[in-house]
Ligand binder design. Structure first.
Ligand code: NAD
Ligand code: MG
Length: 395
């Protein structure tokens, strides 16, 4: 073991990003110590992870699951302390026993712990884009005030981060950057006839052609709300106006994003579509380390294609641009309405095309220009939007 191993908390360790993070960590055991692992419901998977990584703390969703996990761990002679609930998530994110936090809980549930890590001045590796979409300025102000290091895990934002000048990761447009080119795969329905979209099933929607991801983000990729959330995420991370963030469809997902400079240079970051690349980048930053990903074979890929997004096919992308333009709590409202609609689609309570319809109608009803003053106001708008979305779905 190296003299000062980085002590890591993985929030959402049983998810797609969480598992990839542990895969990278397992390749570099001498440099990292796992302080805490957390999961909502998949206790058996969390148990296996605790056996492998022996964290000091594990956090689960309910008291009943905490008891079950604790019993199983003790029977194996493992001393990991087990807690449950949101306060425990915030505690392991802010603990003096950890240096870096992988924020990989999906959706609004990840906001409070990610903010807690930022407030405590940690190295925050942010996968949970919804947290930044919801709280925007508040999150960035918190990072700046505490001196936290914010590193993007979303592959596009990690790519942009790598393509920006070292000294100008924020407000790069004041230093020669003309545009950010955010690439999008276009998801599974890029070329499906638009009039057949309403009949697609959850299984078809989550069958992403390039990336293996959690169910929610997979549906978001199919509607392109994912790219819309990423436009908002890029705006906050890099301090760039929406007018300088352009979405480019690139079905091969080999170029993870690009930065265009005023002299005509365009710098891109390429790699196989595997989240262990941005995860390894953030864990080792500013150094580099092996991620486990096979090297890119451009001759085998042969062709890279690009096209512009179609707002008729992907109305969620337009809704997200509009929400960012309106500002204030509107992105939080967009995010909450989308989470409710996506869950309803996954539960087969609404059709695919009703996702954008529900989000648009919630935005019409709840739109506000009031700004975000703190986490309580974010959560108030989040709850209001969820109530309206739920009642629209029941109609
Ligand atoms: P996932 O559904 O596979 O995993 C989510 C994790 O969050 C699980 O560990 C789950 O236990 C935990 N969780 C869910 N609800 C919770 C709650 N209420 N309280 C506490 N924990 C809870 O999701 P994922 O695909 O790993 O995505 C995680 C985040 O990373 C999302 O915000 C997503 O947008 C982002 N992201 C994912 C990918 C990817 O390739 N999967 C790429 C870019 C960004
Ligand atoms: Mg992404």
């Amino acid at each position: 073991m190296t003299a000062n191993p980085q002590r890591i908390t993985v929030l959402g360790s049983t998810g797609s990003i969480g598992v990839s993070t542990l895969d990278v960590l397992s390749r570099h055991g001498e440099q990292y110590v796992v302080h805490a692992l957390t999961a909502n419901r998949r206790i058996d998977e969390l148990f296996r992870q605790c056996v492998q990584f022996c964290p000091e703390v594990a956090v689960v969703g309910t008291a009943a699951d905490a008891l079950i996990l604790e019993k199983k761990l003790r029977a194996k002679g493992i001393g990991t302390e087990v807690f449950h609930g949101e306060k425990a998530l915030c505690d392991v994110a802010a603990s003096s026993q950890c240096d870096a936090v992988m924020a990989a809980i999906v959706g609004a549930a990840g906001l409070a712990p990610a903010l807690a890590a930022a407030r405590a001045g940690k190295k925050v590796m942010l996968a949970n884009k919804e947290a930044l979409v919801m709280s925007g300025q508040l999150f960035i102000d918190t990072v700046i005030a505490s001196g936290a290091t914010l590193l993007p895990i979303d592959s596009e934002h990690n790519a942009i981060f790598q393509c920006l000048p070292a000294q100008h990761k924020r407000f790069p447009n004041e230093h020669g950057v003309s545009k950010i080119l955010l690439t999008a795969s276009g998801g599974p329905f890029l070329h499906r006839p638009v009039d057949t979209l309403d009949s697609v099933t959850p299984e078809q929607a989550i069958a992403h052609p390039r990336w293996v991801m959690g169910r929610k983000i997979s549906v978001d990729s199919a509607t392109m709300m994912n790219k819309g959330l990423e436009v908002i995420e890029a705006h906050w991370l890099f301090g760039i106006p929406a007018s300088q963030i352009e979405v480019v469809i690139h079905p091969q997902s080999v170029i993870h994003s690009m930065v265009s400079y005023i002299d005509g240079s365009v710098i891109a970051q390429l790699g196989n579509p595997d989240m262990r690349i941005p995860i390894a980048h953030a864990l080792a930053y500013p150094d580099r380390m092996f991620s486990g990903v096979t090297p890119l074979d451009l001759a085998r890929i042969g062709t890279l294609q690009f096209e512009s997004p179609d707002f008729v096919r992907f109305p969620c992308l337009k809704l997200a641009y509009e929400a960012l333009k309106t500002g204030g709590a509107t992105p939080a409202i967009l995010n909450a309405a989308n989470e409710v609609a996506v869950q309803a689609f996954l539960d087969q309570r609404i059709s695919f095309r009703r996702i954008d319809d529900v989000v648009a109608r919630v935005l019409d009803k709840v739109t506000t220009e009031s700004s975000i003053t703190g986490i309580d106001s974010v959560l108030m708008h989040d709850r209001a939007a969820r109530t309206v979305a739920t009642s629209l779905i029941l109609q």
